[in-house]
Design a protein around this ligand. Structure first.
Ligand code: HAM
Length: 424
């Protein structure tokens, strides 16, 4: 126990962390280009927020939340997703009084007590965006378009984008009733979970991965035939704008999403490389959430993208080979006296903004050279008795093997010129 991370969690080790940093940089870059500002919300929120926001009949709320009481007896929950917390912050800080739409992004850990398997963790990470304040279908398409552009920019070409609409509070109840009636004679064939869903939220049955349930719902009535005029118009515009920005998509009436807050547009980006947990990114419109959480009527849309899944897909396609980041300078020393000189130089060089390191393990000179190689140093500076006496340093370019003597006073200029290519 003591030496093992909890089930469903993962350490991100130094060798791997550069991939995360790279993706985080790329995500921040595209957020910047699309005009999104970062928001950071707490890791835990009042449990009530998710009961209301995510929905009491969802798997997340029924089975998967990490809920605990703090020492004052408050019920708190580790965020299972990022949207509800953004809606709460929007209400708390009246962010809706700023000029709208409000475009937010976040990079967060999410916590869900699920059965761990490939692509499914109990602590996972998400890139997410949320746009608050506009009902315009162009916002739905901006959200989808940004997810697609981000993934394509990383080299993922063959994306499977599925879109659907879940209607609104006017037309969805009509469809729910039609679906309920359709399933009433077939209830016995459903899996146990879907038998409960049939009573509480029959729409979720459309999303069930069980083969028997899939057969039952195959020919079920489709929501697209029960949309009100407004929702129909909204969906038509979404499809038109997706085509206008040349994003390929499939309309899939079985996409219902696992969270209750969605209205109208929903979408998922699927990757066949992911196996059973194949959704890389999911999102949609949620016009009722802010009101549900106690705020004014603020329509919204957004997406969440699993970072672990993204890394898995990119790696399986060979699209995530980050060149090893080396240090600029390694200082090799011959003895105690030269160590002191080298140590001072080390701090001076670092102060100038170049990366540098020295040996702390009493390695031989040969050992230090091997270590410099491991650190992928660009240059090694040798310091021994001769160097100290002569006030010259021996500098070796490790990419060419070329060695030269540089005066102590010229060393920074030399390093800058060669490492930063002249910028000082
Ligand atoms: P979600 O579909 O629950 O949506 O999660 C979004 C993405 O997070 C999934 O497509 C998947 O890549 C990743 N993910 C979810 N659960 C796990 C897990 N247990 N292990 C690994 N990855 C996981 C949401 O969370 C919504 N808040 C998205 C949204 C934002 N909708 C509107 N705005």
């Amino acid at each position: 126990m003591l030496t093992k991370a909890p089930r469903g969690t993962k350490d991100i080790l130094p060798d791997e962390v550069e991939k995360w940093q790279f993706l985080e940089r790329e995500f921040r870059k595209i957020c910047d280009i699309f005009g999104y500002k970062e928001i950071r919300t707490p890791t835990f929120e009042h449990t009530e927020l998710f009961l209301r926001g995510v929905g009491e009949t969802t798997d997340i709320v029924e089975k998967e939340m990490y809920t605990f009481q703090d020492k004052s007896g408050r019920s708190l929950t580790l965020k299972p997703e990022g949207t509800a917390a953004c809606a709460r912050a929007l209400i708390e800080h009246k962010l809706y009084n700023q000029s709208l739409p409000l475009k937010l992004y976040y990079i967060i850990p999410g916590f869900r007590y699920e059965r761990p398997q490939a692509g499914r963790l109990r602590e996972f990470h998400q890139f997410g965006i949320e746009v608050f304040g506009s009902e315009n279908p162009a916002v739905d398409v901006e959200v989808i378009g940004m997810a697609v552009k981000f993934l394509k920019g990383l080299g993922l070409e063959d994306l499977d984008l599925r879109v659907n609409t879940l209607g609104c509070s006017n037309c969805r109840p009509v469809y729910k009733k039609v679906l309920h009636d359709y399933l009433s004679s077939k209830k016995g064939k459903l899996c146990d979970t879907c038998k409960v869903r049939y009573e509480k939220n029959p729409l979720r049955i459309l999303d069930c991965k069980n083969d028997e349930c899939k057969k039952v719902i195959q020919d079920s009535p489709k929501i697209l035939d029960y949309l009100c005029e407004d929702c129909k118009g909204h969906f038509t515009k979404v499809k038109k704008l997706l085509s206008a920005i040349q994003i390929e998509y499939t309309v899939d009436p079985m996409i219902v999403r696992g969270l209750d807050y969605y209205t109208r547009t929903v979408f998922e980006i699927i990757s066949t490389d992911l196996g059973a947990q194949n959704t890389l990114c999911g999102g949609g419109r949620y016009d009722g959430l802010v009101e549900e959480c106690g705020g004014p009527h603020i329509p919204a849309a957004g997406f969440g993208m699993g970072i672990e899944r993204l890394i898995y897909v990119l790696e399986s396609k060979g699209l995530l080979s980050i060149p090893k980041k080396g240090i600029d300078i390694f200082i090799a020393v011959l003895d105690d006296e030269s160590f002191e000189t080298g140590y001072k130089l080390l701090f001076d060089i670092r102060e100038k903004g170049l990366s540098a390191d020295i040996d702390y393990m009493n390695r031989s000179l040969k050992g230090q050279m091997k270590y410099a190689d491991k650190l992928a140093a660009k240059y090694t500076i040798f310091i021994g008795e001769d160097e100290i006496k002569s006030n010259f340093l021996t500098v070796k370019d490790l990419s060419t093997g070329k060695q030269q003597k540089i005066g102590m006073n010229e060393i920074y200029e030399f390093l800058y010129k060669n490492i930063r290519k002249g910028c000082c």
